[in-house]
Design a protein around this ligand. Structure first.
Ligand code: PMP
Length: 435
């Protein structure tokens, strides 16, 4: 029996020993092709020399300085570089240790912003069903993943949930994607009217839904309409790019492809690329200035914010991602991956949909392609696919979301950006064996 809590609940985990490009090698020498970056984390593979050198250099110079006492070159230059590459309007950077913490910071910043403006009645959030925003209590309150929320109800922050923009299951026959997008975005307007818009702080959404649905992008026009509705009622738009951000979809921020800029954005995972646990919240200068010119103190802050080692890693990762060919490479490798998935599984009787952007692709498994009926949840198909894939030497990220209260099975693919065409072939071949 292992003393390691998470392993004692999952005794069959292999022991990872080494990283080499797109592979993790276990202590028996078995090689696993990393087709999901763990959970869309390892965007530069497992042995990036630039990031490793930046961490080593920072370690030798200064491993830690508390932000209550000092600022550091690592944190300052990271924040300047991120703000320079972020969509215009996301001007200030608040570094944190990971995704859930970035979401917590975003929720608290939004609440504090309205308090400082003398609008204490605003206390609610609206988010979407089948979304995941993290596992700490505030983030869990916001997420719309019923089976994760229910054991902890009543939750801390009042959030109501509207439909996600999920074309494969939501668009009606004969409806164009554009009309569908506007119809589903207008659920936000209806929900605001039901709650009273003056009681709402923000709408929270992932531009491309990751963990719960398997890389579901919205249809064109959806987020523009959402932005319009938020502006009309003076509520904030918070976009959670913890999974889909940092180049995963082919642009540094996924929202760049929607033509909207949120008031607050969250990133993590790919930001540290697995080399350090790190995340960030970004916000507009206006939100920052309201607090700076008001109480002067954002009521957040954990011991490890702006940790120099994490900042050195994030700065180096950002440098790699914004250097020349990397992001165009994500788009072309993503097109290759989608093409190969479509060749292999496009006619598969149990594959209902293949969707995604860049190197963020999802495969939805169904019992019947015609009716789109999901598999019986008691089969736990996604878990069986994961085990079969690991057996075949492939890491993919299958999950069971809920579709109208029933389980649906999806496989998320998010390989490192350095994946080669041969490795894409290997990935699809192994996935086929696993399925
Ligand atoms: N938001 C989104 C969109 C996520 O996908 C995740 C993690 N899957 C989180 C927040 C939470 O991130 P972390 O696990 O780093 O706390």
């Amino acid at each position: 029996m292992s003393a390691l809590f998470h392993r004692s609940c999952n005794a069959t985990l292999p022991w990872a020993d080494q990283g080499e490009g797109c592979y993790i090698i276990d202590r028996n020498g078995k090689r696993y092709l990393d087709a999901c970056g763990g959970a869309a984390v390892s965007c530069l593979g497992h042995s990036d020399e630039t990031v490793k050198a930046a961490i080593r250099e920072q370690l030798e110079k200064l491993p830690f300085a508390h932000t209550g006492f000092f600022t550091t070159e690592a944190a300052e230059s990271f924040a300047d570089a991120l703000a320079a590459h972020a969509p215009k309007g996301l001007d200030r950077v608040y570094p944190v240790s990971g995704g859930s913490e970035a979401v917590e910071a975003a929720l608290k910043l939004a609440r504090q912003y309205f308090l400082e403006r003398g609008e204490p009645k605003r206390h609610r959030f609206i988010a979407r069903r089948q979304s995941y925003h993290g596992n700490t209590l505030g983030a869990l309150s916001t997420g719309g993943n019923a089976w994760r929320r229910e054991p902890f109800a009543p939750l801390m922050i009042e959030t109501s949930h509207i439909s996600p923009c999920y074309e494969y299951r939501g668009r009606e026959e004969g409806e164009t994607p554009e009309v569908y997008g506007l119809r589903v975005a207008d659920e936000l307007e209806a929900e605001l009217q039901r709650l009273g818009p003056e009681t709402v702080i923000a709408f929270v959404a992932e531009p491309v839904v990751g963990a719960t649905l398997g890389a579901v992008p919205s249809v064109p026009g959806y987020f523009k309409r959402v932005r319009e509705i938020c502006d009309r009622h003076g509520i904030l738009l918070i976009l959670d790019e913890v999974m889909c951000g940092m180049g995963r979809t082919g642009t540094l921020f996924a929202c760049e492809q929607e033509g909207v800029v949120p008031d607050i954005a969250t990133i993590a995972k790919g930001l540290g690329a697995g080399y350090q646990p790190v995340g960030a919240m970004l916000c507009s200068a206006q939100i920052h200035d309201t607090i700076a010119g008001g109480s002067g103190f954002f009521q957040h802050g954990h011991t490890y914010i702006g940790h120099p080692m994490a900042m050195a890693a994030a700065g180096a990762v950002l440098g790699r991602l914004t250097d020349g060919d990397v992001l165009p490479g994500v788009l072309s490798a993503g097109a290759t991956l989608k093409g190969r998935l479509t060749d292999e599984f496009g006619q598969h009787p149990n594959v209902g949909d293949i969707r995604g952007r860049g190197l963020f692709q999802g495969v939805e498994l169904v019992q019947d392609r015609e009716t789109k009926a999901p598999f019986d949840p008691s089969l736990k198909l996604h878990k069986r696919v994961k085990s079969a894939a690991m057996e075949a030497g492939l890491m993919c990220y299958p999950m069971g979301g809920t579709i109208d209260g029933r389980q649906g099975d999806h496989i998320l693919l998010a390989p490192p950006f350095i994946v080669t065409e041969d490795q894409v072939d290997e990935l699809v071949g192994k996935l086929s064996t696993a399925l």
